[in-house]
Design a binder for this molecule. Sequence first.
Ligand SMILES: C[C@@]1(CC(=O)O)C2=NC(=C\c3[nH]c(c(CCC(=O)O)c3CC(=O)O)Cc3[nH]c(c(CC(=O)O)c3CCC(=O)O)/C=C3\N/C(=C\2)[C@@H](CCC(=O)O)[C@]3(C)CC(=O)O)/[C@H]1CCC(=O)O
Ligand SMILES: NC(=O)c1ccc[n+]([C@@H]2O[C@H](COP(=O)([O-])OP(=O)(O)OC[C@H]3O[C@@H](n4cnc5c(N)ncnc54)[C@H](O)[C@@H]3O)[C@@H](O)[C@H]2O)c1
Length: 192
Amino acid sequence: MERNNLYPIFLKTAQLEVLIVGGGFVAEEKLHFLTKSSPDAKVTIVTPMIRKKTLDLAKRFGAKIVLKVYSRKYLNGKHIVVATTDSPQVNEKVYNDCRKQNKLVNVADNPPLCDFYMGGIVTKGNVKVAISTNGKSPTTAKRLRQFFEEVIPDDIHKMVQNLNDFRKTIKGDFEEKVDKMNEITEELVKSA
Ligand SMILES: C[C@@]1(CC(=O)O)C2=NC(=C\c3[nH]c(c(CCC(=O)O)c3CC(=O)O)Cc3[nH]c(c(CC(=O)O)c3CCC(=O)O)/C=C3\N/C(=C\2)[C@@H](CCC(=O)O)[C@]3(C)CC(=O)O)/[C@H]1CCC(=O)O
Ligand SMILES: NC(=O)c1ccc[n+]([C@@H]2O[C@H](COP(=O)([O-])OP(=O)(O)OC[C@H]3O[C@@H](n4cnc5c(N)ncnc54)[C@H](O)[C@@H]3O)[C@@H](O)[C@H]2O)c1
């Protein structure tokens, strides 16, 4: 069986600079899911033309807009780059420029030109679940995201907070605390 070997990490988007190249439908989709998960993301969009809905979303989340065609100088100071233009040549140039500078890059509609994939994301308070199908089926990632949004209780953050509070009240060394935390949460996965 094929296996997904990607390693998910949870980025602190408030302290990273993201560049989106292009301002059309795909840019809107990527910006929408980025800001849904991470409203504090620091985003710059470089594009000669921006669609109204992309512009509205960009304004709502304070993204910086540069109405210019892409060139390498716009990579300065950026950590993560997402290319969404309708020109395969431009997208490929963005990819190659980023690889040369060791910047993480995603060409949205071209899985081989991605260092990382955006995933389906469920956020419930402090709990976050990220889903990937290894780039094989974005539709499945979306459906799984909808499923988990439904089944994970909205108030799971209360349990997380209670366990955080409870941990502080336990006496003993690290090992004893781990044992106690595992003991009281055992029921959560019993039926699984
Ligand atoms: C999860 C999500 C996150 C997000 O967008 O942030 C996401 N795509 C979403 C939706 C979606 N995108 C597309 C459709 C129509 C599907 C169809 O037509 O079959 C749908 C479904 C819909 O809209 O219903 C079009 C599409 N997307 C990609 C290709 C190229 C290809 O697959 O070859 C094509 C076809 C282009 C063409 O036809 O040429 C590629 C990628 N899309 C990914 C992520 C990465 C892999 C994630 C993974 O590992 O699973 C990857 C590899 C790169 C990337 O973009 O990072 C978001 C759902 C968010 C949510 O709902 O929660
Ligand atoms: N819209 C979709 O759902 C979808 C689905 C599958 C694949 N795609 C593919 O994704 C690509 C983008 O699609 P779209 O619908 O977002 O297109 P779009 O026409 O809505 O947007 C393209 C954007 O790229 C920008 N752009 C063009 N040249 C540029 C340059 N040199 N520098 C910076 N920005 C530049 C344009 O100004 C525009 O904002 C296309 O290749 C399309 O075939 C789109």
